[in-house]
Write a protein that binds this ligand. Structure first.
Ligand code: SF4
Length: 482
């Protein structure tokens, strides 16, 4: 049926924008007596989970949840504070939303998230438009924050490091779809990376229990979720705060004790990748053979300055180590370029490493000297325009490599999770294979269906790849009973 319009039956959820929450109509909304509430999320998937918890708390407190902030009586802006550019984006968003207060529609503006942790007490005077600031420890206090007279504990003045961690009993409403979910298995980080401010913003590493994560994933599976992406600042340290390494145990339990089709690991710090973890991934069918491990550089001298030890491995060796145990492992990584002291030779080494390693996906970021980090005060800072030049150059290299690797996938067949109609055309569908994480990786575009199957968002189908389209692939559905 090439060229005809694939009819996509709606399941409970609509498609999702990256910023505003899209609340599924299957999220049973109790009678609303508090008014309408909306949440805008900036930053990463970890922040998205916090937003979903706040929206769950507000729904239980009697608010109707809306994805249209212009209809809201209460709006939350859940900010990012990782980089200066993210802080600026957060402030712009807060100022935009505060305009709705002037028209009288919006009653209460709440600001939460990492920017609040970063600037804490300074914010009240800098942003008087905001009614209440919530620290990351006050996620569960969001309903009280809607009442200007409620005496919230003033953690903005506290020097205590964040400690909050949600669990399976915490209210939560999924915001992106009914069939995929992020599950935060830990919070905070104990690593000393010299460029990173996250440990100051999110506190020390603390892990949920294996049982808590398994129970949450069981609940999600009962709700119709097929795909779970495990997240945390440092997944491979899961359990370290209890003096154990429990990531392998968790993966085995998720495979045997839940009905989830795909479990994917995001943000695995390379140092914690060991034989047991790789064998666990390889031997449990629902655990995707996909590893997102941020290597950050190939040059040992840059890695030393970043305070990113790789233990007994050099970057090349850790890639070989992973592939020697799981040859089919799809590897995603990220690099930071323009770090203080980085030389032209370091860039050449990184380029060669990218060319040799056949990564499935590579993110390249410019170093940002963030106030409060050690790296911001290191000598030999690279000028911003040179950082951009190095990033642009390496982006072209990784593009060549990813496009070549995509070409090798023509003729391959993958199970694909159907996500909906393609954003550029109603004549196309889009979905993802096991090696494509939501939002960060490419996707599979479907332009043909064999037989008379009527596609449904959230279905798992078999797709044969026929062409490439840049970072994406194009294919046809060849089977639906998988
Ligand atoms: S491991 Fe990640 S979150 Fe932790 S300090 Fe390093 S870069 Fe930051």
């Amino acid at each position: 049926m090439k060229g005809s319009l694939p009819i996509l039956q709606e399941d409970a959820a609509g498609s999702c924008g990256p910023v505003q929450m899209n609340i599924s109509s299957s999220s049973e909304q109790p009678e609303a007596f508090g008014g309408n509430a909306a949440c805008i999320t900036l930053g990463c998937a970890k922040n998205q989970v916090d937003s979903e918890v706040m929206i769950g708390v507000l729904r239980n407190a009697g608010y109707a949840i809306t994805s249209n902030v212009e209809e809201a009586d209460v709006a939350i802006v859940n900010t990012c504070g990782f980089l200066q550019s993210a802080v600026e984006e957060s402030i712009d968003c807060i100022l935009d939303i505060s305009e709705l207060k002037k028209s009288g529609r919006l009653r209460t503006l709440i600001v939460s998230g990492c920017m609040v942790e970063r600037y804490k007490g300074d914010l009240k005077s800098e942003l008087p438009e905001v009614d209440t600031f919530l620290t990351t420890d006050q996620v569960l206090e969001v309903a009280n924050a809607t009442d200007a007279t409620h005496p919230l504990s003033d953690l903005l003045q506290s020097s205590q490091r964040p400690y909050f961690l949600y669990d399976e009993s915490t209210p939560r409403i999924l915001s992106s779809s009914t069939f995929t979910a992020y599950v935060k298995i830990s919070e905070g980080c104990d690593r000393p990376c010299s460029f990173c401010i996250i440990p100051q913003l999110r506190g020390a590493m603390r892990s949920r229990t294996v049982d808590s994560v398994v129970h949450e994933v069981q609940q999600l599976a009962q709700q119709g979720v097929h795909e779970v992406n495990l997240i945390g600042q440092d997944l491979t340290a899961f359990g370290a705060d209890r003096k154990t390494q429990e990531l392998s145990t968790l993966l085995s339990r998720l495979d045997t004790d839940t009905d989830i089709s795909w479990v994917r690991l995001l943000y695995a710090y390379p140092l914690g990748i060991d034989e047991q973890l790789l064998q666990t991934i390889a031997s449990h069918p629902s655990i995707c053979t996909y590893l997102d491990f941020p290597l950050q550089h190939a040059s040992l001298s840059v890695l030393r300055a970043m305070k990113r030890p790789l233990g007994k491995y050099a970057p090349k060796e850790i890639v070989s180590f992973v592939r020697s145990h799981v040859p089919q492992m799809e590897l995603r990584t990220t690099f930071i370029v323009g770090f203080p002291g980085e030389t032209e030779d370091d860039i050449t080494e990184l380029e060669q490493f990218i060319r040799d390693s056949h990564f499935t996906s590579v993110g390249i970021f410019e170093f940002s000297p963030e106030e409060g980090t050690d790296a911001a005060t290191l000598p030999n800072q690279i000028p911003p325009e040179e950082r951009t030049k190095r990033r642009d150059y390496l982006m072209k290299v990784q593009q060549e490599c990813v496009f070549a690797s995509n070409n090798r996938r023509i003729g391959e067949k993958y199970d694909v999770l159907l996500e909906g109609q393609h954003e550029e055309s109603d004549l196309l569908l889009s979905g993802r294979a096991h090696y494509q994480a939501p939002e960060v990786d490419g996707q599979i575009i479907i332009n043909d269906i064999e037989g008379d199957y009527v596609p449904v968002r959230g279905d798992m189908v078999r797709v044969e790849i026929t062409e490439t389209a840049g970072y994406d692939l194009i294919g046809k559905i060849i089977a639906t009973e998988i």
